[in-house]
Design a protein around this ligand. Sequence first.
Ligand SMILES: [Zn+2]
Length: 255
Amino acid sequence: MPLDFLKRRGGGQAARPGMAAQPDPTRVASAVLPEEAVAQEHQLRLSFSGKSSEGVRMSGGRAAMAELPGMLSGLARSDVEVVEPLPLEYSQATPTIVRPSEAMQWLNAHHAQSPITRHALLVLESIDGLDMAFDTFVCTLLEGEVDTSGYPEYNAIVGGVAAHWDEATGDMIARAVVGWGGRGARGDTDRLGAKILGGLLTNILSSPNALGLTSVVRPAQAIGQGGVACGHCGFASAHERAFYCPKCGMRLARA
Ligand SMILES: [Zn+2]
C-alpha cells in the first residue's frame, strides 16, 4: 500500500520515485482547512454492579469450606464452580487487558474456568467485590440467560458465596456476593440482585456451622514478595502478612 497521506503535504515532501506527483482531483476539497474538525462520536458505556452481604462467622475449620457449594442450593442455575485463592505466582493477576503482564496472569489463572465464572470474576474483581488473593469463591449463574457461547448476558446475575479466614481468630467468614453488568442495564436488575443476595445469606446462616453475622474485616492488601508456603497444604500465599493459609485455613508457621 502506498502511503497516500504523504502526498497531501504540498511541496514539503519530495514525492517518492514512481509515485504520481499530480494532485488527486478527489482530494481538492480537503485542501480547505475547516474551522472545526467534523467529529464522528465513538463511545462505549460499560457498567458493572454488584452487592455483598455482611459476613457470617463459621465454625468447623476446613469442614466449613466443604459446605460452601451447598450454600447455593435452590439458587444455582448452572453448575457450581469453586475458585480457590490465587497462589503467589498469580499475585499480580488483574482482568485489565492493557496491562499485559497482569492480564496474562489473570488469564493463566482463570482460562480453565467456565464462561459464567470468568464473567463473575471480571465483574466482581473490577468493582472490588472479591479479592482472589484471599477469597475462596463458589460461583454460579443466579438469574438470566447466557449467550450462544455460554457467556452471561449483561442483565444476568452471577455470584455466590465468598469466604476468607479471619486474621484475628482463624474462623472462616462467608459472605454472599452477586454481580452483573456489561453493555447495558435494566431497571429491575438491582432489585433482583438484592433479593438473591438475601436468599444466599439465608442459606449461609442455615449452615450448621454458622455462628452468626459479623462485620467483614478483609485482610490487608497483598503487597511485596508474598509470605511463607503453608506447611499443611504447600500453598504459597501472596500475602506476606497472612497468619492463616488462604487455601486451607491452617495457621502458617513462620521461621
Ligand atoms: Zn494451607
